[in-house]
Design a protein around this ligand. Structure first.
Ligand SMILES: [Fe+2]
Ligand SMILES: [Fe+2]
Length: 314
């Protein structure tokens, strides 16, 4: 194979985000072997916590199928696909740690379970949309793990696992932000890209539309709230306040990403995508909800369509 030397592109090392993110990841890397697995007192753990972990495990299983899609859709992005290998490694560790914790209780999972968990839905119709949805999902996941780990009844080893994974998720959110920012900086049609990203935020944070977000983290939130036994470990109001807080934070992050001001988390329904613009409309009004539904109806169905029995990725 004949590989031409660099001629017109900028230097991969100097131009890429990968080396910074790789360094950051190595600096905070936690080891599975550092978890005190033998310290788990199975008799002291309620069935409710095992249910929580089982559901969380399911929400962490789509890494492989998502990675395949990432490499297909972003195959020409050297910088991003280099970082994906770090993300793949860390995301593979998450379900592995949860599964190992459940193993202490005699819970077994076969290959079929793992393969079923890898099923995924189509990605977003745009690359910036894919990056945007992963920013949000990683932020929500980080907040959920922090909440699980802070519950007084959380088993100590599980608490350590949750805090470790939550730290990874928060860093992943920041990494997806960096790549989204880079993509926007090089966009031919910046406004179109901004709108595409904003649509994703809008779907997540708008109650009337959120049920159409088929991302595994969002599905996990719904399962947490729907399964009665989960409430014995993590009350529904704790889940809801965690997600609300994550959404508010996501809005602040999107303000920074897009260079706009969102006075109300739901105010992005009016697409204020010009530099420094602000929106003050109350999105809780009937007319606002009606406009939201009409606007959403005109958007690509692949953002919102969930195929039954399948899951996307964190
Ligand atoms: Fe994860
Ligand atoms: Fe993550």
């Amino acid at each position: 194979m004949n590989i031409e030397p660099a001629a017109f592109e900028t230097n991969v090392h100097d131009d890429g985000i990968f080396y910074r993110l790789f360094h950051e990841a190595e600096a905070v890397r936690w080891k599975m072997a550092d978890c005190e697995w033998s310290a788990i007192r199975a008799a002291d753990v309620s069935p409710a916590w095992r249910t929580v972990v089982r559901e969380t495990l399911i929400g962490e299983l789509t890494t492989f199928s998502a990675t395949q899609r990432f490499f297909t859709d972003f195959g020409d992005d050297v910088d991003f696909t280099q970082w994906l290998t770090v993300w793949l490694y860390e995301e593979t560790k998450h379900p592995s740690a949860l599964l190992k914790w459940l193993d202490a209780f005699g819970e077994k999972f076969d290959s079929r379970f793992m393969l079923q968990g890898r099923q995924t839905i189509p990605f977003m119709p745009s690359k910036i949309g894919t990056l945007a949805t992963n920013m949000i999902s990683e932020m929500v996941a980080a907040a959920l793990y922090a909440t699980l780990g802070s519950r007084p009844t959380c088993e100590p080893v599980l608490r350590r696992i949750c805090l470790n994974i939550g730290g990874d998720e928060a860093r992943h959110a920041a990494s997806f932000y960096s790549y989204a920012k880079k993509r926007l900086a090089r966009a031919d049609d910046l406004k179109q890209q901004q709108i595409a990203a904003l649509k994703i935020l809008y779907f997540w944070i708008t109650p009337e539309l959120n049920a159409r977000v088929g991302h595994p983290v969002n599905l996990l939130v719904h399962r947490y709230k729907a399964i009665p036994e989960v409430q014995d470990a993590v009350p529904r109001d704790a889940i809801e306040s965690t997600v609300d807080h994550a959404y508010r934070r996501a809005c602040r992050v999107f303000e920074s990403l897009l260079g706009l001001e969102l006075r109300d988390p739901k105010s992005c329904s009016s697409f204020p995508v010009t530099e420094g613009s602000s929106v003050r409309r109350s999105a809780g009004s009937t007319s606002a909800r009606s406009r939201a539904s009409k606007r959403a109806a005109s958007w690509p169905s692949s953002i919102a369509t969930r195929s039954s029995g399948s899951r996307a990725r964190t």
